[in-house]
Ligand binder design. Structure first.
Ligand code: NAP
Length: 300
Protein backbone atom coordinates (compact mmCIF):
# COMPACT_ATOMS: atom_id res chain seq x y z
CA UNK A 1 0.00 0.00 0.00
CA UNK A 2 1.47 3.38 -0.94
CA UNK A 3 1.45 6.52 1.22
CA UNK A 4 -1.55 8.09 -0.51
CA UNK A 5 -3.64 4.90 -0.04
CA UNK A 6 -2.54 4.72 3.59
CA UNK A 7 -3.65 8.30 4.24
CA UNK A 8 -6.98 7.63 2.50
CA UNK A 9 -7.62 4.51 4.54
CA UNK A 10 -6.65 6.26 7.78
CA UNK A 11 -8.92 9.19 6.89
CA UNK A 12 -11.80 6.77 6.33
CA UNK A 13 -11.15 5.17 9.69
CA UNK A 14 -11.00 8.58 11.35
CA UNK A 15 -14.33 9.58 9.82
CA UNK A 16 -15.82 6.43 11.26
CA UNK A 17 -14.74 7.79 14.65
CA UNK A 18 -17.07 10.75 13.93
CA UNK A 19 -14.32 13.15 13.07
CA UNK A 20 -15.17 15.73 10.47
CA UNK A 21 -12.33 17.96 9.29
CA UNK A 22 -14.89 20.37 7.82
CA UNK A 23 -15.93 21.24 11.35
CA UNK A 24 -12.55 22.86 11.81
CA UNK A 25 -12.91 26.55 12.48
CA UNK A 26 -11.58 28.40 9.48
CA UNK A 27 -11.44 32.14 9.47
CA UNK A 28 -9.37 34.45 7.33
CA UNK A 29 -6.02 32.96 8.22
CA UNK A 30 -3.91 31.64 5.36
CA UNK A 31 -3.84 27.87 4.86
CA UNK A 32 -1.66 25.44 2.94
CA UNK A 33 -2.59 21.97 1.71
CA UNK A 34 -0.96 18.84 3.13
CA UNK A 35 0.77 17.27 0.10
CA UNK A 36 -1.05 14.29 -1.39
CA UNK A 37 -4.33 15.23 0.32
CA UNK A 38 -7.02 17.89 0.07
CA UNK A 39 -6.68 18.76 3.76
CA UNK A 40 -5.65 22.30 4.63
CA UNK A 41 -3.84 23.62 7.69
CA UNK A 42 -3.43 27.20 8.91
CA UNK A 43 0.16 28.37 8.37
CA UNK A 44 0.66 29.25 12.06
CA UNK A 45 0.44 26.53 14.71
CA UNK A 46 1.04 26.53 18.46
CA UNK A 47 4.25 25.19 20.01
CA UNK A 48 3.61 24.07 23.58
CA UNK A 49 6.93 23.05 25.11
CA UNK A 50 6.31 25.64 27.85
CA UNK A 51 2.78 24.44 28.65
CA UNK A 52 3.93 23.02 31.98
CA UNK A 53 1.93 22.37 35.11
CA UNK A 54 1.90 25.47 37.31
CA UNK A 55 -0.16 27.56 39.70
CA UNK A 56 -3.70 28.78 39.02
CA UNK A 57 -2.48 32.02 37.44
CA UNK A 58 -0.21 30.11 35.05
CA UNK A 59 -3.04 27.72 34.11
CA UNK A 60 -5.39 30.65 33.46
CA UNK A 61 -2.78 32.25 31.21
CA UNK A 62 -2.36 29.05 29.17
CA UNK A 63 -6.10 28.60 28.90
CA UNK A 64 -6.51 32.16 27.62
CA UNK A 65 -3.70 31.68 25.09
CA UNK A 66 -5.19 28.42 23.78
CA UNK A 67 -8.70 29.84 23.60
CA UNK A 68 -7.47 32.89 21.71
CA UNK A 69 -5.49 30.68 19.33
CA UNK A 70 -8.67 28.73 18.58
CA UNK A 71 -10.84 31.85 18.22
CA UNK A 72 -8.37 33.38 15.76
CA UNK A 73 -8.52 30.34 13.47
CA UNK A 74 -5.52 28.34 14.77
CA UNK A 75 -5.87 24.56 14.69
CA UNK A 76 -2.45 22.81 14.84
CA UNK A 77 -0.95 22.20 18.28
CA UNK A 78 2.45 20.58 18.69
CA UNK A 79 3.26 18.84 21.97
CA UNK A 80 5.38 15.92 23.23
CA UNK A 81 5.56 13.51 26.17
CA UNK A 82 8.90 15.12 27.04
CA UNK A 83 7.39 18.62 27.51
CA UNK A 84 6.89 18.30 31.27
CA UNK A 85 3.15 18.03 31.64
CA UNK A 86 2.27 19.73 28.34
CA UNK A 87 0.13 16.80 27.14
CA UNK A 88 -1.69 16.68 30.49
CA UNK A 89 -2.38 20.43 30.55
CA UNK A 90 -3.50 20.43 26.92
CA UNK A 91 -5.76 17.42 27.48
CA UNK A 92 -7.46 19.25 30.34
CA UNK A 93 -7.72 22.62 28.57
CA UNK A 94 -9.00 21.13 25.31
CA UNK A 95 -11.67 19.25 27.23
CA UNK A 96 -12.68 22.32 29.24
CA UNK A 97 -12.87 24.48 26.12
CA UNK A 98 -14.57 21.62 24.23
CA UNK A 99 -12.52 22.22 21.09
CA UNK A 100 -11.04 18.77 20.34
CA UNK A 101 -12.91 18.36 17.05
CA UNK A 102 -11.56 21.66 15.72
CA UNK A 103 -7.91 20.93 16.49
CA UNK A 104 -5.10 19.13 14.70
CA UNK A 105 -3.08 17.58 17.54
CA UNK A 106 0.54 16.64 16.86
CA UNK A 107 2.62 14.84 19.47
CA UNK A 108 5.78 12.73 19.48
CA UNK A 109 7.11 9.23 20.07
CA UNK A 110 10.42 9.30 21.92
CA UNK A 111 11.34 5.70 22.76
CA UNK A 112 12.15 2.56 20.76
CA UNK A 113 9.44 -0.09 20.46
CA UNK A 114 11.29 -2.39 22.89
CA UNK A 115 11.86 0.45 25.35
CA UNK A 116 8.27 1.38 26.24
CA UNK A 117 7.61 3.19 22.95
CA UNK A 118 4.07 1.76 22.52
CA UNK A 119 3.28 2.32 26.22
CA UNK A 120 4.43 5.96 25.97
CA UNK A 121 2.20 6.38 22.93
CA UNK A 122 -0.78 4.90 24.80
CA UNK A 123 -0.04 7.40 27.54
CA UNK A 124 -0.14 10.28 25.04
CA UNK A 125 -3.65 9.25 23.97
CA UNK A 126 -4.70 9.11 27.63
CA UNK A 127 -3.08 12.40 28.65
CA UNK A 128 -4.45 14.26 25.65
CA UNK A 129 -7.83 12.65 26.34
CA UNK A 130 -8.39 11.62 22.75
CA UNK A 131 -8.83 8.37 20.81
CA UNK A 132 -7.26 9.85 17.68
CA UNK A 133 -4.01 11.73 17.21
CA UNK A 134 -3.66 13.77 14.03
CA UNK A 135 0.12 13.45 13.81
CA UNK A 136 2.72 11.44 15.73
CA UNK A 137 6.36 12.26 15.06
CA UNK A 138 9.47 10.36 16.03
CA UNK A 139 11.05 12.91 18.40
CA UNK A 140 14.62 13.70 17.36
CA UNK A 141 14.67 10.26 15.66
CA UNK A 142 14.71 8.45 19.02
CA UNK A 143 13.81 4.81 18.32
CA UNK A 144 12.77 5.76 14.80
CA UNK A 145 13.47 2.40 13.10
CA UNK A 146 11.37 0.39 15.50
CA UNK A 147 8.64 2.97 16.15
CA UNK A 148 7.75 4.00 12.58
CA UNK A 149 6.21 0.54 11.88
CA UNK A 150 4.23 0.83 15.13
CA UNK A 151 2.99 4.28 14.08
CA UNK A 152 2.01 2.94 10.64
CA UNK A 153 -0.03 0.18 12.30
CA UNK A 154 -1.78 2.81 14.38
CA UNK A 155 -2.40 4.78 11.18
CA UNK A 156 -4.03 1.78 9.51
CA UNK A 157 -6.20 1.32 12.58
CA UNK A 158 -7.37 4.95 12.28
CA UNK A 159 -5.85 5.98 15.62
CA UNK A 160 -3.11 8.12 14.09
CA UNK A 161 -3.80 10.16 10.95
CA UNK A 162 -0.26 11.16 9.90
CA UNK A 163 3.26 10.00 10.75
CA UNK A 164 6.47 12.00 10.82
CA UNK A 165 9.89 12.74 12.33
CA UNK A 166 11.43 15.77 14.04
CA UNK A 167 14.74 17.38 14.74
CA UNK A 168 15.84 20.79 15.95
CA UNK A 169 19.61 20.34 15.65
CA UNK A 170 21.83 20.93 12.68
CA UNK A 171 24.22 18.16 13.78
CA UNK A 172 21.36 15.69 13.21
CA UNK A 173 20.58 16.87 9.67
CA UNK A 174 22.63 14.18 7.86
CA UNK A 175 20.90 11.39 9.76
CA UNK A 176 17.56 13.17 9.27
CA UNK A 177 18.07 13.20 5.50
CA UNK A 178 18.89 9.47 5.59
CA UNK A 179 15.64 8.73 7.40
CA UNK A 180 13.70 10.90 4.93
CA UNK A 181 15.17 8.84 2.11
CA UNK A 182 14.64 5.51 3.84
CA UNK A 183 10.99 5.69 4.95
CA UNK A 184 7.72 7.03 3.51
CA UNK A 185 6.73 9.99 5.72
CA UNK A 186 3.70 12.29 5.81
CA UNK A 187 5.35 15.11 7.81
CA UNK A 188 8.74 16.31 8.93
CA UNK A 189 9.43 18.94 11.60
CA UNK A 190 12.69 20.89 11.48
CA UNK A 191 14.23 24.09 12.89
CA UNK A 192 14.01 26.93 10.39
CA UNK A 193 14.10 30.70 10.95
CA UNK A 194 15.49 33.89 9.47
CA UNK A 195 18.76 33.33 11.37
CA UNK A 196 18.72 29.52 11.15
CA UNK A 197 18.41 28.76 7.44
CA UNK A 198 20.40 25.55 7.11
CA UNK A 199 17.27 23.39 6.60
CA UNK A 200 16.66 25.22 3.30
CA UNK A 201 19.85 23.70 1.82
CA UNK A 202 18.80 20.04 1.59
CA UNK A 203 15.96 19.15 3.97
CA UNK A 204 13.25 21.48 2.66
CA UNK A 205 13.99 20.74 -1.02
CA UNK A 206 13.89 16.98 -0.31
CA UNK A 207 10.56 17.37 1.51
CA UNK A 208 9.18 19.27 -1.49
CA UNK A 209 10.48 16.61 -3.90
CA UNK A 210 8.94 13.80 -1.90
CA UNK A 211 5.66 15.55 -1.17
CA UNK A 212 6.19 15.60 2.61
CA UNK A 213 4.46 18.28 4.70
CA UNK A 214 6.78 20.49 6.81
CA UNK A 215 6.34 21.99 10.26
CA UNK A 216 8.99 24.60 11.11
CA UNK A 217 10.02 24.57 14.77
CA UNK A 218 11.99 27.31 16.58
CA UNK A 219 10.72 29.85 13.98
CA UNK A 220 11.71 32.67 16.35
CA UNK A 221 14.99 30.94 17.29
CA UNK A 222 13.80 30.76 20.90
CA UNK A 223 13.49 34.56 21.00
CA UNK A 224 17.04 35.24 19.71
CA UNK A 225 15.62 37.06 16.68
CA UNK A 226 14.03 39.70 18.91
CA UNK A 227 17.38 40.27 20.63
CA UNK A 228 19.04 40.60 17.24
CA UNK A 229 16.78 43.45 16.09
CA UNK A 230 16.64 45.08 19.54
CA UNK A 231 14.54 48.22 19.63
CA UNK A 232 14.94 49.04 15.94
CA UNK A 233 11.74 49.98 14.12
CA UNK A 234 10.55 47.72 11.30
CA UNK A 235 11.98 48.76 7.94
CA UNK A 236 9.41 50.64 5.79
CA UNK A 237 9.45 47.90 3.14
CA UNK A 238 8.07 45.36 5.66
CA UNK A 239 4.67 46.98 4.98
CA UNK A 240 4.88 45.64 1.39
CA UNK A 241 4.06 42.23 2.80
CA UNK A 242 1.75 43.45 5.56
CA UNK A 243 3.98 43.18 8.64
CA UNK A 244 3.00 45.22 11.65
CA UNK A 245 5.46 43.63 14.11
CA UNK A 246 8.87 41.98 14.18
CA UNK A 247 7.26 38.62 15.01
CA UNK A 248 5.23 38.82 11.80
CA UNK A 249 8.36 39.79 9.87
CA UNK A 250 10.14 36.67 11.19
CA UNK A 251 7.20 34.28 10.79
CA UNK A 252 6.26 35.45 7.31
CA UNK A 253 9.80 34.63 6.22
CA UNK A 254 9.36 31.03 7.46
CA UNK A 255 5.89 30.36 6.08
CA UNK A 256 6.68 31.92 2.71
CA UNK A 257 9.18 29.13 2.00
CA UNK A 258 7.29 27.03 -0.56
CA UNK A 259 8.04 23.74 1.23
CA UNK A 260 6.87 24.93 4.67
CA UNK A 261 3.26 24.20 5.60
CA UNK A 262 3.18 25.65 9.07
CA UNK A 263 5.42 27.43 11.59
CA UNK A 264 4.87 26.47 15.24
CA UNK A 265 6.06 29.35 17.45
CA UNK A 266 5.93 28.69 21.18
CA UNK A 267 3.42 31.08 22.74
CA UNK A 268 2.12 31.13 26.27
CA UNK A 269 0.94 34.75 26.16
CA UNK A 270 -2.31 35.84 24.55
CA UNK A 271 -0.77 38.95 23.05
CA UNK A 272 1.84 36.78 21.31
CA UNK A 273 -0.88 34.50 19.94
CA UNK A 274 -2.73 37.46 18.42
CA UNK A 275 0.47 38.98 17.07
CA UNK A 276 1.67 35.70 15.53
CA UNK A 277 -1.62 34.74 13.93
CA UNK A 278 -1.40 38.14 12.24
CA UNK A 279 1.46 36.61 10.23
CA UNK A 280 -1.15 34.38 8.58
CA UNK A 281 -2.98 37.42 7.19
CA UNK A 282 -2.24 39.55 4.14
CA UNK A 283 0.63 39.13 1.68
CA UNK A 284 3.75 37.00 2.11
CA UNK A 285 7.21 38.10 0.95
CA UNK A 286 8.13 36.96 -2.56
CA UNK A 287 11.58 35.54 -3.42
CA UNK A 288 13.13 39.01 -3.83
CA UNK A 289 11.67 40.27 -0.58
CA UNK A 290 12.82 37.12 1.20
CA UNK A 291 16.38 37.79 0.02
CA UNK A 292 16.06 41.34 1.29
CA UNK A 293 14.97 40.03 4.70
CA UNK A 294 18.02 37.75 4.82
CA UNK A 295 20.38 40.57 3.86
CA UNK A 296 18.81 42.87 6.45
CA UNK A 297 19.18 40.39 9.31
CA UNK A 298 22.67 39.29 8.23
CA UNK A 299 23.72 42.94 8.19
CA UNK A 300 22.88 43.56 11.86
N1 NAP B 1 13.04 18.49 18.26
C1 NAP B 1 11.81 18.92 18.35
O1 NAP B 1 10.89 18.21 18.04
C2 NAP B 1 11.55 20.32 18.82
C3 NAP B 1 12.56 21.06 19.42
C4 NAP B 1 12.29 22.36 19.84
C5 NAP B 1 11.02 22.89 19.66
N2 NAP B 1 10.03 22.15 19.10
C6 NAP B 1 8.67 22.70 18.91
O2 NAP B 1 8.79 24.02 18.42
C7 NAP B 1 8.03 24.90 19.26
C8 NAP B 1 8.64 26.27 19.27
O3 NAP B 1 9.87 26.27 19.96
P1 NAP B 1 10.22 27.33 21.09
O4 NAP B 1 8.94 27.76 21.73
O5 NAP B 1 11.27 26.76 21.96
O6 NAP B 1 10.90 28.52 20.27
P2 NAP B 1 10.36 29.72 19.36
O7 NAP B 1 9.00 29.43 18.88
O8 NAP B 1 11.41 30.02 18.37
O9 NAP B 1 10.32 30.96 20.40
C9 NAP B 1 9.40 31.01 21.44
C10 NAP B 1 9.70 32.22 22.32
O10 NAP B 1 9.33 33.41 21.63
C11 NAP B 1 8.38 34.13 22.43
N3 NAP B 1 7.40 34.74 21.52
C12 NAP B 1 6.44 34.11 20.80
N4 NAP B 1 5.75 34.99 20.07
C13 NAP B 1 6.26 36.22 20.34
C14 NAP B 1 5.93 37.53 19.92
N5 NAP B 1 4.94 37.74 19.05
N6 NAP B 1 6.65 38.57 20.41
C15 NAP B 1 7.65 38.36 21.29
N7 NAP B 1 8.00 37.13 21.75
C16 NAP B 1 7.31 36.07 21.28
C17 NAP B 1 7.72 33.10 23.33
O11 NAP B 1 7.18 33.76 24.46
P3 NAP B 1 5.87 33.30 25.28
O12 NAP B 1 5.99 31.83 25.57
O13 NAP B 1 5.96 34.13 26.52
O14 NAP B 1 4.61 33.60 24.51
C18 NAP B 1 8.91 32.20 23.61
O15 NAP B 1 9.72 32.74 24.64
C19 NAP B 1 8.02 24.19 20.61
O16 NAP B 1 6.99 24.64 21.45
C20 NAP B 1 7.85 22.76 20.17
O17 NAP B 1 6.48 22.52 19.90
C21 NAP B 1 10.28 20.86 18.67
Amino acid sequence: MNRRQLIKQAAGAALSLNWNPLQAKIQNVMHKTIPGTSEILPVIGLGTNRYSVGNAQHQARLRQALQTFHEHGGTLIDTAPMYRGSEIILGQLIKTLNIREQLFIATKADRAADNNGPERLANSFAQLQTDRLDLVQSHNLRGVDSMLPVLREQQLAGRVRYVGITTSRENQFAEFLDVMNKYPLDFIQVNYSLIDRKAAEHILPLAADKGIAVLANLPLSRGALFKKVGDRPLPDWAAEFNCTSWAQFFLKYVISHPAVNCAIPGMTRTRHVIDNLGAALGRLPDATQRRRQEQYIDGL
